[in-house]
Each structure stands twice: as C-alpha cells, then as structure tokens.
Design a protein. Structure first.
Length: 82
C-alpha cells in the first residue's frame, strides 16, 4: 500500500539547519522513496511498510545525535503526485 508522508522537523536549539539537513540527507539515501523538500516540510511517497521503519530509525537517530526536537507528521493512505 502506498503512503504519502508530510514531515516537519523543529530542533530546539539555535543552530537548527544542520539537524534538519542531516535528517533529509539520511532519508534521501533510500532509493525506493520519492522525496521533495521545501521550506516548511518534506514530503515522502513510498510503500507504507517500507517508509514507516525508515522514519522510525531516522527520527531516533536524530534524537540521539541532536537532542530535543519536534517532528510533526501527517500520514495519508495513498500516493500523491509530489
């Protein structure tokens, strides 16, 4: 089943760009995902059973590397043309 995810990352520190960029760079390492980043969020399209474990792993990695941050995630059943 395809899914479309919209995710925003809000690191709770003054130097917020490197943690966001690092998260997006790690997500981009997965060739089966379609990813579009813009100024306020990142959209990800892929198979639900593939996308969710990737997000779980990469969010945990961000918490461990950068400390406190907020992730806001919207999940849609189906693929949007991003």
């Amino acid at each position: 089943m395809k899914t479309t995810i919209e995710i925003s990352n809000y690191p709770l520190n003054a130097d917020y760009i490197p943690p966001i960029k690092d998260f997006i760079d790690r997500i981009n390492l997965h060739p089966n995902l379609i990813i579009r980043a813009n100024a306020t969020s990142t959209q990800i399209v892929g198979e639900y059973d593939e996308v969710m474990p990737i997000l779980q792993k990469e969010i945990k990695t961000s918490f461990e590397k950068y400390g406190k941050m907020i992730f806001v995630i919207k999940v849609l059943n189906g693929a949007l043309d991003i």
